[in-house]
Design a protein around this ligand. Sequence first.
Ligand code: HEC
Length: 265
Amino acid sequence: MDGREKNLHGQAGQPFLNPVEMQTLKSAVVAKARKKHGDILRDLYGEAVFDTIDRAYNAITFSISEFEKTEEFSPFDSKFDRVLKGEDTFTAQEALGLTLFKAEDKGNCAACHTVPTLANTKQESTFTDFSYDNLGVPRNDIVRGLNGKGYEFVDNGLFQNPLVNDAKLKGAFRVSTLRNIAVTAPYMHNGIFKDLKTVVHFYNTRDVDGALNPETWDPWRASEVDATKNTEELGDLKLTDAEEDALVAFMKTLTDSRYEDLIPD
Ligand code: HEC
């Protein structure tokens, strides 16, 4: 989400080793994969695949990234896709949600979370334009306390990438996909919000005096990176409570059919 990796293969190599994710060693990953999938790995990458730890780790993470490109990984068979193909119909509330999602004077979500059409290719079908933006999300103190970075650390997102020099990109994170969003809480790059409705309420009222975070009943906390936050497209959308609910109902339709039974009420 902070754009630190150039490609899927690089990304697939990160979580195993990251101290705040799986915190394991390349050698341990290789030993495990060799035991369970050694034959397949030799078949695919040749007998020499286990000659060095790096070579084997590379093969394992490459396999993961190739899997992520398959239709099994991204079936595009949610209710939204079925409606697009004329195989299903939205409820009135879901249809209202889609209208608000696209309307520039309402949610305007589609300005960043691109809405696919039948003519779109699958890559354009993930509800992101793959750009980066600073939404002014507050720091997650619980995570910051646990991950050893300390409270003084400022997460500048994309700007931490040494190839990025534009100071306007401080605090920018990648526009998230909204596929399966109803079943992938917590939300935002730092997991600050537990509920989808809270995310919508944040977009709607971040800059409204007296607005409260419904998860804490405190006012919205200050943005972690305030100077560069987007004030043009969010902060005071003037949506009603029913309109917020409709946006949530619409986003629930983006769930792959195999996960539909996980959608919270
Ligand atoms: C200006 C571009 C922009 C607009 C407009 C926008 N978003 Fe986002 N959205 C983002 C970015 C960037 C993130 C990731 C932010 C982060 O983690 O700091 C995000 C994250 C999210 C997430 C959390 C994703 C996750 O996996 O945690 C949800 C849900 C979401 N947006 C829904 C919406 C809805 C609903 C609207 C309209 C009311 C909307 N967005 C409008 C850019 C935008």
